[in-house]
Structures are given as structure tokens and as C-alpha cells.
Design a protein around this ligand. Structure first.
Ligand SMILES: [Zn+2]
Length: 210
């Protein structure tokens, strides 16, 4: 593989790395600061994790999450509509917070990840790659709040006696999705994403020059 040059963020030393794609941790030869860690297969992992998360999200909403009595009949609600019932109980602020952290943010994150890493996996560079990385970076701090707000949702449902939470496929699929998204977050490496985008840009430029 070709030789690459890296500038140390700590001491501005320029170091030449002759094997940039060998797995491992790269340090600055001058001050010992970490330059980057290369873990192979990140694109494949993130694509796979997010496809699995999407499937689990569909399962979460397909199977009933909440059962309640309406006009004497037992009814079911799925995960997203159960949150919307909070609006009927006039829990506006909490309803919105739960909807954002447990449904909308994970959904946007999963879709952006699938488009970005799916494209990179199939050797295609999406037009809005930079913007997509910004979206992923902006949403990642919110990723840890979903379990917390899921807990609040379950508490509110019990406190205002909206109905009974069904401890079934929906809830388990959601919890598994949260774990998979945490694994995806652990595998995510910003340095490697920019490297991959840079490599594809070089290929595009070479093709345009021919
Ligand atoms: Zn240094």
C-alpha cells in the first residue's frame, strides 16, 4: 500500500507511515501522541450493524408494545403509537422528549449510517457524505439517552395507568437494537471514515482525468 504522511495534532511533527493499512495503533515518533488506530472492516461492520438495527426497529413497531382497554375492548398499540398516546394524556414535553430520543434520533442515525456505509461498502461515494458524517457526529451523544427515556416511558405508562406494557418481542427487539447501536458506536472510527472517503475521491479524480 502507498506511503502516507500524518501531522501530529500535539507537536506538528510530520511522520511518514509506510504501512498505513496495517491494523494497529499509530503513534507520533516525536512525542508519542496517538495519530490514529486502524481497525479493518469498519465499513462492513457499521453497514451490518445498522441493517440489523433497522430490522429490529421494524420488529419493535410491528409487534404490540402496549395493551389497554378502549370502550370495553382490549386494544394494542405499537411502540411509536404508545408514545403518541402520551399526547392524549397531555404529557407534551415528556412525549416529545421520548419521541425524539427513542424513535426519531435512532431512526435518522440508522438511515444515515445505512446510506453512508452501504454506499462505501459498494464502492460508491454518496454526494452528501460530509453532511452525513456531521449528522452522525451530532446525533451520537444522544445515543445513550434512549434506554433512559425508555425507562421513563415505562414508568409513565404504569403511573398514569395508560395500559400494560407487553414484555414481548417488541420490547426485546428494542433493547437488542439499543445494544447493536452501542456496538456500532464502538466500531465507529472517524479517521477511517475520512480515509475511505479520501480513497474514493482519489479514484473518482483518476477516472475523471482519463
Ligand atoms: Zn507529536
Amino acid at each position: 500500500m502507498d506511503v502516507q504522511y500524518y501531522i501530529c495534532h500535539e507537536c506538528d511533527e510530520i511522520s511518514k507511515i509506510s504501512t498505513p493499512n496495517r491494523p494497529g495503533r499509530y503513534k507520533c515518533p516525536n512525542c508519542g501522541a496517538k495519530l490514529y488506530t486502524y481497525k479493518p472492516g469498519m465499513i462492513d461492520k457499521l453497514y451490518a450493524y445498522n441493517m440489523a438495527a433497522l430490522l429490529l426497529f421494524v420488529l419493535t413497531n410491528y409487534f404490540p408494545f402496549l395493551s389497554f382497554e378502549a370502550a370495553g375492548n382490549a386494544s394494542h398499540a405499537n411502540f411509536t403509537t404508545a408514545i403518541l398516546y402520551l399526547y392524549r394524556e397531555e404529557q407534551w414535553l415528556m412525549g416529545t422528549a421520548i419521541l425524539l430520543t427513542t424513535v426519531l434520533f435512532p431512526m435518522i442515525r440508522i438511515f444515515t449510517n445505512i446510506v453512508l456505509f452501504g454506499s462505501l461498502f459498494h464502492n460508491y461515494l454518496p454526494v452528501y457524505a460530509t453532511q452525513m458524517i456531521k449528522v452522525i457526529n451530532t446525533l451520537s451523544p444522544w445515543g445513550m439517552l434512549d434506554v433512559f427515556f425508555l425507562g421513563i416511558l415505562v414508568s409513565i405508562v404504569k403511573l398514569v395507568k395508560m395500559g400494560t406494557i407487553i414484555p414481548g418481542i417488541s420490547l426485546w427487539a428494542y433493547m437488542t437494537m439499543v445494544l447493536i447501536l452501542a456496538a456500532a458506536q464502538a466500531a465507529y472510527d472517524p479517521h477511517e471514515v475520512w480515509e475511505q472517503i479520501g480513497a474514493r475521491k482519489r479514484i473518482q479524480r483518476q477516472k475523471a482525468a482519463v
